[in-house]
Design a protein around this ligand. Structure first.
Ligand code: ATP
Ligand code: MG
Length: 269
C-alpha cells in the first residue's frame, strides 16, 4: 500500500526539504518506489533534486488549479532516482486562485489518487507556513513527519502544529496520524539540544525517531550540485543518517504489518 507522508513544520529552515530530498533518495536506494511532491513556491526540493525549476512548464501549480493532470507534471530526479512533481514561484499565486474552487483543501489529495498506485512512498515537502498549501498536504497525507531542531522555542511551535493536525483530522482527514518527529541538525555536544531532545521523548515517546540527523556540511553542500548527499558523498555522516532513517521507517512499517497480521490471525506465528 502507498504511504503518503507530509513533511511539515511551519517554522522555516528546520530541514524539511533536506529531509524530503535525502529521504526520497534513501528510500529509493532501499528499492522503494518514491514520488517527491514539491509543495513550496521556493522550489527548493525541485532544485535539490537536480531539476531546473524555471525550465518546467507544468508544475504542481497547474495540477492544484486543475489545469493539468498530475502525470503531465511528473518528472524524474535522475540524481536521486525518484519521481518528482516540481514547483516554482508560480505556486505562490495558487493560494488566492484556489479560494474560489470547490473542495480547495482536497485538490492535492484528488490529484495524487491518479498516481498513488505507482509508489510505495509519496513524500510531500510543505512550505514553512500553516497555509492552504500545507492544509492540502495534510489532507492528502496518511501521516505527518515533523523535522525539528532541538532549540528553545521548538516545543512551543510544535504545539501549534499538533493543534493544526487535530483540526485537519476533525474536519478534513480523519485518518491523519503523526508518523514521527525527526531531530535535525543535531549537535550532541550542545547541552540545550540534549535537554530539548529529552523533553521531546518525554512528550512524544516512540513517535520520536531513534535516528538523529547530525549537523553535517555535506547535507548543506549537496543541493547546489542538484544531488542528494547519498550521491554527493555517500560516506558522509549526513548521507548515512538519512539511509538509517529510511531503514528505521521500513522496519517500523514491517513490524506494524506483522502486528496487524498477527491480530487478524493471518500471521505465520
Ligand atoms: P524552509 O522552511 O525554508 O522550506 P526547510 O525546513 O525546508 O526550510 P532546509 O532547506 O532543508 O529547511 O534546510 C535549511 C538550511 O539548512 C539549508 O541551507 C540546508 O542545506 C541546511 N541544512 C539542513 N539540514 C542540515 C544538516 N543536517 N546539517 C547541516 N545543514 C543542514
Ligand atoms: Mg523547504
Amino acid at each position: 500500500m502507498t504511504k503518503i507522508l507530509a513533511i511539515t513544520n511551519q517554522k522555516g529552515g528546520v530541514g524539511k526539504t533536506t529531509t524530503g530530498v535525502n529521504l526520497a533518495a534513501s528510500l529509493s536506494a532501499a528499492r522503494q518506489r518514491v514520488l517527491l511532491v514539491d509543495l513550496d513556491p521556493q522550489g527548493n526540493a525541485t532544485t535539490g533534486s537536480g531539476v531546473d525549476k524555471r525550465g518546467r512548464a507544468i508544475t504542481i501549480y497547474h495540477v492544484l488549479l486543475g489545469a493539468r493532470a498530475i502525470r503531465e507534471a511528473r518528472t524524474r530526479s535522475e540524481s536521486g532516482e525518484y519521481d518528482l512533481i516540481p514547483a516554482n514561484r508560480e505556486l505562490a499565486g495558487a493560494e488566492i486562485e484556489m479560494v474560489g474552487l470547490e473542495r480547495r483543501e482536497a485538490r492535492l489529495k484528488e490529484a495524487l489518487a491518479g498516481v498513488a498506485g505507482d509508489y510505495d512512498y509519496i513524500l510531500i515537502d510543505c512550505p514553512p507556513a500553516l497555509n492552504l498549501l500545507t492544509v492540502n498536504g495534510l489532507t492528502a497525507a496518511h501521516a505527518v513527519m515533523i523535522p525539528m531542531q532541538c532549540e528553545y522555542y521548538a516545543l512551543e511551535g510544535l504545539s501549534d502544529l499538533v493543534q493544526t493536525v487535530k483540526k485537519v483530522r476533525a474536519h478534513l482527514n480523519p485518518e491523519l496520524q503523526i508518523e514521527g518527529l525527526l531531530r535535525t541538525m543535531f549537535d550532541s555536544r550542545n547541552t540545550l539540544a540534549q535537554q530539548v531532545s529529552a523533553q521531546l521523548i518525554e512528550h512524544f515517546g516512540d513517535k520520536v525517531y531513534r535516528t538523529v540527523i547530525p549537523r553535517n556540511v555535506r547535507l548543506a553542500e549537496a543541493p547546489s550540485h542538484g544531488v542528494p548527499a547519498l550521491k554527493f558523498d555517500k560516506a558522509s555522516k549526513g548521507a548515512q543518517a538519512y539511509l538509517a532513517l529510511a531503514g528505521e521507517m521500513l522496519n517500523r512499517r514491517q513490524s506494524a504489518t506483522q502486528d496487524l497480521q498477527g491480530r487478524s490471525g493471518h500471521g505465520q506465528g
